[in-house]
Design a binder for this molecule. Structure first.
Ligand SMILES: *[C@@H]1O[C@H](CO)[C@@H](O)[C@H](O)[C@H]1NC(C)=O
Length: 507
């Protein structure tokens, strides 16, 4: 009698299984080169501060999506305010402009907007069509479209035309109505004149594409993708002593060629090219999901529309993100340069809860493993969270990496430090943080973003060189490696290309 598994067949199964364990094991021991990488920031995900010229041709480019306005009545000197933060009338009785006095733009074109108040309601008119209220929770259906008309291009004086065709006026502190002809002088006797100040702006992918409008956005973004990073840059990376790159991408790239508005198609083609160029030069690619649907941190670099953080607050945002990870992983799994996937960049506490993140990380890990058994899975720590809180989530996962970002900026503790104090901070604080996180059988550690820039004014080249060198040494202790932010940037110290070419960074 012949058993269903003949001897030779059984051996084949055993052999394949053994090879699987060996190949799987290869990524799991520590016998691989550490990553010394550079981020390709500002390429497939727009960050205006890295290349401001992208916004140059947008009409009224101070009135982009998310721009936060405060409007002070010229007659009374009081600010417009959404009573109770929204869900009620608009009043004009506040001496100081704070959160309830802040109005955020949802841009339709250079002069027409939906306007959102503190608690996310939209501005509109009451049932009589006269009084200003903020009831609507829906931008498209029930909220009004308002026009902002400046006195002149560079003036802060504005009039606001309401959906009924008349102009908003602050008649008294409690009565704000849309019933002015708006044809008086631009002085302080006309209650339809407001002094507008802009307290916050965003320059991300949403703002640039929506600001340019579909046709021009398509042309300008394609031109940017084509020229900002080119194949020659990969030669530079390969010959500079780097061995890889981290590529920030947005969720909409997975919906190419027809991403939802205002995003424009075509970015996937350049991501494909990057993988091809990397493969030719044996460079490793870390794919980094920098923008998740709804925004995971409310910053422009996650493509927020108006500063809201909505990722993880509905199941749908998590499920959609998992589909994005599956799309990218299955697309590049066979490319030998495909080294790691960062599941989500810089989720921010408390908006992104640890439980939503844990759920997503566990499901995301499984999806990556399904397609790419050997790729590393990178779990970003939460901004304003404790880095160690991620460790329990990673229990039982293989080939996982904890990603931390170390900037000696964006916190008051750095504002008074001199160069030596910054360097000491790296040597002492950062190195002990890293050591505490790096354990022999826990997840690997990765400093996925750092830069040789600080708050110090007038530092010498030698100071910068020592600072960069110290960071390389300390972040070199991270068990997975590090990545500089970024390859190109109009701000020289933030451009690794400039720093290497000008002798500030030696590898
Ligand atoms: C508008 O407000 C700004 C500061 O908030 C002030 O500097 C400016 O003088 C004001 N403009 C007018 C015309 O009052």
């Amino acid at each position: 009698m012949i058993s269903p598994y003949s001897n030779s067949r059984l051996w084949r199964v055993v052999l394949v299984f053994a090879m699987f364990i060996i190949s799987n094991g290869r990524t799991l021991n520590s016998n691989y080169p550490k990553i010394r990488a550079v981020n390709l920031g500002g390429w497939l995900v727009t960050e205006g501060w890295m290349k401001p010229s992208l916004f140059d041709t947008i009409p009224n480019n101070d009135l982009l999506d998310g721009a936060a306005l405060q409007l002070k009545s010229m007659t009374s000197g009081k600010y417009l305010s959404a009573e109770h933060g929204g869900g009620s009338i608009i009043v004009a009785n506040r001496t100081f402009g704070k959160s309830w006095e802040t109005f955020k733009l949802w841009r339709i074109n250079g002069t027409s907007f939906h306007i959102r108040v503190f608690n996310k309601r939209f501005l509109g008119l009451d049932s009589n069509g006269v009084r200003l209220v903020a009831y609507s929770t829906d931008s498209e259906l029930t909220s009004g479209i308002f026009e902002i008309i400046k006195k002149s291009t560079n003036s802060s004086l504005v009039r606001i035309k309401a959906p009924n065709g008349l102009f908003v006026q602050a008649k008294s502190e409690e009565l704000v109505t849309a019933d002015s002809k708006g044809d008086g002088q631009w002085g302080d006797t006309d209650p339809s004149v407001f002094n507008m100040s802009i307290t916050e702006v965003f320059h991300g992918e949403y703002q640039v594409t929506n600001g340019l409008g579909a046709l021009r956005a398509s042309k300008i973004m394609k031109n940017h993708w084509k020229k900002f990073i080119v194949e020659k840059d990969f030669d530079f990376i390969a010959t500079s002593g780097l061995n890889g790159m981290r590529i920030p991408v947005g969720w909409w790239t997975a919906r190419d060629p027809t991403p939802p508005k205002p995003y424009v198609g075509g970015s996937l083609h350049y991501l494909d090219k990057a993988f091809m160029w990397a493969k030719k030069r044996n460079l490793k690619v870390i794919l980094d999901l920098h923008c998740a649907p709804g925004s995971q941190n409310g910053y422009e670099h996650s493509s927020t529309r108006d500063g809201s953080l909505e990722w993880g607050q509905t199941e749908e945002t998590i499920q959609e993100t998992l589909r994005v990870i599956e799309f990218f992983t299955s697309r590049y799994a066979k490319n030998p340069s495909f080294y790691a996937v960062g599941l989500i960049n810089e989720p921010r506490a408390p908006g992104v809860t640890l439980s939503a993140l844990a759920k997503y990380y566990k499901a995301g890990y499984k999806i990556v493993r399904k397609h790419a058994p050997n790729a590393f899975v990178i779990l970003s720590t939460r901004l304003d969270g404790d880095p160690k809180e991620i460790f329990p989530i990673a229990t039982g996962m293989k080939g996982v990496v904890i990603d931390v970002h170390y900037y000696n900026q964006f916190s008051p503790i750095f504002s008074s430090m001199n160069s030596q104090q910054n360097i000491d901070f790296i040597k002492t604080n950062r190195s002990s943080e890293l050591q505490a996180m790096t354990t022999s059988n826990g997840p690997l550690t990765f400093v996925g973003e750092w830069v040789a820039e600080w708050e110090v004014k007038g530092a010498s080249k030698e100071d910068y060189m020592r600072y960069a060198k110290t960071q390389q040494e300390v972040f070199g202790l991270a068990s997975f490696g590090w990545a500089y932010w970024s390859l190109k940037n109009v701000n020289n110290h933030w451009s690794m290309e400039w720093m290497i070419k000008n002798g500030y960074i030696k590898l």
